[in-house]
Design a protein around this ligand. Structure first.
Ligand SMILES: [Ca+2]
Ligand SMILES: [Ca+2]
Length: 224
């Protein structure tokens, strides 16, 4: 990451950041003293003689350059706004998240089919019951959200709400046999990083289901 204060005076500076630390720094004038103020950031190959030596371009060895994830901030930008973001998939095990319900009990159980050998069960018993998990979203950006669930014969249907908005459609967790599944909720844009409430509200149950319980395994955030 390059941080520049453009100036033709001694207060100009250029700082080069790598992995969160300044690794190179130069202070002093870094632009011409020109009435229009030439402040330009360019990305490209520097091969001046390709332009000036007629006939253009002259014989030259090929040069190749790759650019990726270019973001340009301004005077009000901060490090997090422009830093390289990467594309690592984040998976949070629901059994490790703080859970708050509307009163019905909630517990963690061990089973081989669950990711990290544990899932949660919400003993909801009616429409409108809710469990909210707090999930730390590391960056303000768009993620595809997927939820790992365990289906069974006593499960209800839910609607997921993240912050103020519903995401995805109603999901039916009923299955005659135990079944693990990954539900694609779709893309969600987070305007800021930090703890976000993922609220699951019971919306009904399959006619064949014996109850309204919900069961979760993990929540996955896939950078888009
Ligand atoms: Ca209840
Ligand atoms: Ca799990």
């Amino acid at each position: 990451m390059v941080q520049v204060y453009w100036s033709y005076n001694s207060d100009g500076y250029v700082k080069v950041w790598k992995n969160g630390s300044v690794v190179h720094e130069r202070t002093g004038p870094n632009m011409y003293n020109h009435p229009d103020g030439i402040k330009e950031f360019k990305l490209g190959l520097y091969a001046w003689n390709w332009k000036t030596t007629p006939p253009s371009p002259p014989e030259a060895s090929p040069r190749v350059i790759f650019h990726d994830e270019v973001r340009v901030g301004d005077a009000s930008s901060n490090y997090d706004e422009v830093k390289p973001r990467g594309n690592k998939v984040i998976q949070k095990e629901v059994e490790n998240l703080q859970a708050v319900t509307n009163g019905d009990s909630h517990s963690v159980f061990d089973q081989d089919g669950c990711s990290e050998y544990q899932c949660t069960q919400f003993f909801s018993d009616n429409v409108g019951d809710q469990v909210t998990y707090m999930l730390n979203v590391p960056e303000a950006r768009t993620y595809k959200v997927k939820v790992g669930v365990k289906k069974y014969k006593n499960r209800g249907k839910f609607q997921l709400t993240i912050g103020p908005d519903n995401h995805g459609s109603e999901v039916d967790l009923f299955s005659l046999n135990e079944e693990w599944s990954e539900i694609d909720i779709g893309n969600v844009t987070f305007g800021s990083a930090g703890d976000k409430p993922f609220k699951f509200t019971v919306t009904g149950k399959n006619v064949s289901s014996l109850g309204y319980n919900l069961s979760f395994d993990y929540i996955k955030l896939i950078p888009q």
